[in-house]
Design a protein around this ligand. Structure first.
Ligand code: UMA
Length: 469
């Protein structure tokens, strides 16, 4: 089995033994792919069938997949050729560590998809703004004549479609540190690193490990590829950039660039390339709020430009882009109070950016499942801009302690999203914003950030309707 050669061919994995760990979205899609390829497939998950997608598992079993549920899995027992790990499974899990020690290659569905596809790829990573930038870039690419797939960490696993994509298409992929950690040859034609701030430290152990996982997006790139980088991010600029073999393209909202996307003194986004500078659009024309969204747009300009997209298409697409659900999403304005859903603000930096996106008094709903980061910076920001903090979820007490430490005491704790919305609404005056930006993962109270955001929206509609009666 050759893991490195990308053939894009059929039956690449015929008769290979493939052990898939995790029967979530990505594991199920990977199992379907390897069955199509004629491999012998195992599918493992620690959970029992009743807490998984039982119907999909039955379908796979009927196609010959050997199902192993309710225990950590034992790929070593079967002398498999390849392990496909789901992003949520840490590499230090004993079954994976033992397999790695025995020399069994471990990878993930992004790598497998890359080997299976003929499409050109864009990979977008960073701590915050991935989904917005991926969606925006996807929109830009869709407005060209080429077929486009948008997916990866954002929702649809790449492996679900990789073989079907035509040669002239683009796969625009949001990539997480978890996915990049086990790539073995994946090299996007255009890679993007938006920014770094601490996230997922529970999994990666150190901030450095987390950043290094993200830098892997450039590891297999060559001089034919491009890497779009944030010039305003000190952590990115401190990296040994000489190690990057691809063509580096920067973006900046603060300085003029010889090559890259930047903003001039009149607020016009400019793209400079090979000695020529082309105006793209005024930054004020963006419909997505906040300076972080300007950065996301600049990254998209640079990436689309090096991919050869016409500047008018880039400008029009950006001007029409209204943002993504659960990311500083306006729910409703009622009685002068603006309700905003930023459920996707799952780490501290994201919450700080959401708070910074508003100039009006803020009632912040935060908390959820922590990821091992400290809350001091967030506490400072809350003290500076928030009038009332409503806390939910497992991290309640930890966040409360951090804000009290900096002298902020206007705190209410709520047991549910509905209660959080009701106390926020009751305490809000005309002109305020009630902002859900949890700074935490959702899994303590919800299935996903999307479910948390939906519950927030439902609670907001219910509360505003009741108040209007
Ligand atoms: N599991 C085990 N053993 C373990 C840990 C987990 O068997 O030790 C099992 C779980 O019981 C579960 C399965 O693995 O059934 C879940 O796998 P997963 O967590 O990798 O989830 P998927 O459904 O495959 O979704 C993954 C991404 N999940 C994570 O990275 C945690 C999804 O990103 C992604 O959309 C999907 O693949 C398709 O690519 C979600 C996410 O939270 C949105 N991403 C993180 C983020 O954005 O912050 C990185």
């Amino acid at each position: 089995v050759d893991l490195i050669v990308k053939t894009g061919g059929k039956n690449m994995w015929k008769n290979s033994k493939v052990y898939i760990m995790g029967a979530g979205k990505s594991g199920l899609a990977a199992a379907e792919y390897f069955i199509r390829q004629g491999s012998q497939v195992w599918l493992n998950d620690e959970k029992e069938k009743n807490s998984l997608n039982g119907e999909a598992i039955d379908t796979l079993a009927a196609k010959g997949v050997i199902i192993e549920l309710g225990f950590p899995g034992e790929p070593l027992k079967y002398q498999v050729d390849l392990i496909v790990q789901s992003p949520g499974i840490p590499l230090d899990k004993p079954a994976l560590a033992q397999a790695a020690a025995a020399g069994i290659p471990i990878t993930n569905e992004i790598e497998v998809g890359f080997q299976a596809t003929k499409a050109r790829t864009m990979g977008i990573t960073g701590s915050n703004g991935k989904t917005t930038t991926t969606t925006l870039l996807g929109e830009i690419m869709k407005n060209t004549d080429t077929p486009v797939f948008i997916g990866g960490n954002i929702g649809i696993p790449f492996i679900e479609v990789a073989e079907e994509l035509p040669e002239d298409s683009w796969a625009v992929l949001e990539l997480s540190s978890f996915q990049l950690e086990t790539i073995r040859s994946f090299r996007p034609n255009v890679g993007v690193i938006l920014n770094f701030s601490p996230d997922h430290l529970d999994r990666h152990k150190t901030y450095e490990n987390y950043c290094n996982a993200k830098w892997r997006i450039a590891e297999f790139q060559t001089a034919d590829d491009y890497l779009v980088l944030n010039k305003d991010d000190s952590r990115i600029c401190q990296y040994d950039l000489d190690r990057i073999k691809s063509h580096k393209v920067f973006f900046s909202r603060k300085e003029r660039l010889e090559e890259g996307a930047w903003v001039d003194a009149n607020g016009i986004i400019q793209m400079s390339w090979k000695g020529v500078t082309v105006p793209i659009l005024p930054a004020a024309a963006l419909k997505i709020p906040g300076s972080h969204n300007l950065e996301n747009a600049l990254a998209a300009v640079a990436a689309a430009f090096v991919a050869g997209v016409d500047t008018k298409i880039i400008a029009d697409s950006i001007m029409n882009f209204k943002g993504v659900p659960h990311r500083i999403e306006t729910v409703v304005e009622s009685g002068g109070v603006l309700f905003v859903n930023d459920s996707k603000g799952t780490n501290i930096d994201a919450a700080i950016k959401a708070i910074d996106a508003f100039d009006r008094p803020i009632i912040l709903i935060a908390g959820g499942l922590g990821k091992g980061a400290g809350y001091q910076q967030l506490a400072e920001k809350i003290k500076e801009k928030v009038k009332l903090l409503v806390l939910i979820g497992q991290e309640k007490d930890k966040i409360e302690a951090a804000v009290r430490e900096v002298g902020f005491t206007n705190i209410i704790k709520a047991a549910s999203m509905e209660e959080a919305v009701a106390v926020s609404g009751s305490n809000a005056a005309a002109g305020d914003v009630v902002l859900l930006s949890p700074a935490c993962a959702s899994f303590d109270m919800f299935k996903s950030y999307a479910q948390r955001g939906d519950r927030f929206k439902e609670a907001v509609f219910a509360w505003t309707a009741k108040r209007g009666e």
